[in-house]
Ligand binder design. Structure first.
Ligand code: NDX
Length: 256
């Protein structure tokens, strides 16, 4: 049966950090080519409807840790912190897999990126789940530790911002419509990447709550992946809409 190999956790986390840097170097200047940054929309081949694409892409991030949690024998009953934290991770990906895709009005998604996205979700789902279920050791009162409570608070706040902002984006379109408009309301009043800001806050909250290398590596990856994308969205809006609100920033309210 499976057990904890600390060397494996270290290696996988380091590779995740390296992937984050690779992302940064690849996508700082040019955005990853999906959504509003895809050049040719008129080529339907090599693309999947947004619903299927997001469902398939994010499913492993829910399934892998959920299976690890369910199949561990003997079941891990102590300490509570590990299971709670693993459930938080699964909870996010339950939303992202089973709820988000069914409401999205996004453009068809490129198969190639879907393939890499799925690989990434398998990798990260395994790393976070494996660490929490087989390796993490928390004192029994971890649930009252300031790291757990403040991290959990940030996680919930970020998740709220993320879900609310994705809802505001969705409402910009009627079903079947594929055009871009200026997002309004919520944190979009201050930043172009409100949904990304929420997601970044969420995963740094998770990292603080778990106080673990894998979770910090994932938060860093998220920052490197969607941070630059928020900046590219911002530039796109400024270029596309002459009446785009001047005071709006890219990712961090009032700052950047
Ligand atoms: N999926 C995370 N890397 C990614 C997909 C892409 O969950 O090769 C990372 C995730 C993957 C990436 C994933 C991993 C790395 C990949 C990358 C592609 C290349 C890269 C594989 C797995 C790679 C290496 C080199 C390492 C191998 O038509 P549309 O789609 O534009 O419509 C949009 C709509 N919308 C608007 N509608 C009207 N008017 C406007 N002005 C609008 N603006 C947007 O709203 C969409 O339907 C919707 C949201 O659009 P957008 O662009 O704001 O968000 P999107 O990027 O689609 O993300 C959706 C949600 C969001 O909440 C975000 O926080 C979360 O998913 N997310 C996304 C990406 C990564 C991630 C979270 C994370 O790292 N935690």
């Amino acid at each position: 049966s499976m057990q904890c190999f600390p060397g494996l956790v270290l290696a996988l986390s380091s590779l995740l950090g390296a992937l984050a840097l690779l992302q940064l170097s690849l996508y700082l200047r040019v955005p990853s080519r999906y959504g509003k940054h895809e050049e040719r929309l008129c080529r339907p081949r090599g693309r999947l409807p947004a619903r299927c694409a997001w469902f398939l892409q994010e499913l492993p991030s829910f399934l892998v840790p959920a299976l690890l949690l369910a199949l561990r024998s003997p079941p891990r009953l102590e300490p509570l912190g590990c299971r709670l934290l693993c459930c938080l991770f699964c909870w996010h990906y339950f939303y992202r897999t089973f709820i988000y895709p069914f409401f999205t009005r996004g453009r068809p998604f490129p198969l190639q990126l879907l393939f890499f996205g799925m690989l990434f979700c398998i990798y990260n789902g395994f790393l976070q789940g494996y660490y929490l279920i087989y390796c993490a050791e928390y004192p029994n009162d971890w649930c009252t530790d300031i790291r757990f409570t403040s991290g959990l608070l940030l996680f919930l706040l970020g998740m709220g911002i993320n879900i609310h902002s994705d809802l505001l984006l969705r409402q910009l379109r009627k079903p079947g419509e594929l055009t871009y408009k200026i997002p309004q309301g919520g944190l979009f009043t201050y930043i172009s990447g409100a949904n990304y800001f929420g997601e970044i806050v969420e995963w740094f909250g998770f990292a603080i709550a778990t106080w673990s290398l894998p979770a910090f590596a994932f938060a860093f990856f998220t920052l490197c992946c969607i941070g630059p994308r928020a900046y590219h969205h911002h530039r796109y809006y400024l270029k596309t809409f002459t009446d785009y609100p001047k005071s709006r920033k890219a990712l961090i309210p009032f700052v950047f």
